[in-house]
Write a protein that binds this ligand. Structure first.
Ligand code: ZN
Length: 159
């Protein structure tokens, strides 16, 4: 069975940057289960997996445009320390911002005496992604899974 829209796919993956640093990996834990074709994964990963079958091993290079987006300079801002309401702020700290419709993670990238620099880009924005993938299983998604937009059973939702 080939991977295409509305298949439940189980993979192991390792994600590295161009310097070979491991950014994320499923190999020490549960494999990743997802429904293909509903935007559960970044576009470059879905495109690269399309047509693959159980047992396939592949390497994918995903450009930022098909990954977590390009790095947008206007998402980087200087904010006065007073905006944090006396909270301790340190470099690398992350917090949620935005409205109910669109939440995003903001990372503190620098802290000065009066101002902190915050970056609303995804931490992997602008990064070329290298995936090492093994396809462990491919099956049809049930109507219930498609209605819910997530995988049920082992490695998925239990409810
Ligand atoms: Zn469900």
């Amino acid at each position: 069975m080939q991977i295409n829209a509305h298949k439940v796919v189980t993979i192991h993956y390792t994600l590295t940057d161009n310097d070979g640093n491991i950014l994320d990996s499923s190999s020490n834990g549960e494999p990743l289960n997802f429904i293909q074709g509903i935007g559960a994964l970044i576009a470059g990963m879905e495109e690269g997996l399309e047509g693959k079958v159980k047992g396939d091993k592949l390497q994918l290079k995903v450009a930022p445009e098909k990954g977590y987006g390009i790095h947008q300079p206007e998402m980087v801002q200087q904010v006065p320390m007073s905006a944090f309401g006396g909270q301790m702020v340190s470099e690398g700290m992350q917090f949620e911002a935005g409205s109910d419709e669109q939440r995003f993670i903001v990372t503190v990238t620098a802290v000065g005496d009066e101002f902190a620099t915050i970056d609303g880009n995804h931490p992997l924005a602008g990064v070329e992604l290298n995936f090492d993938i093994e396809v462990l299983d491919v099956r049809e998604a049930s109507e219930e899974e498609l209605a819910h937009g997530h995988v049920h059973g082992p490695g998925g939702h239990h409810h």
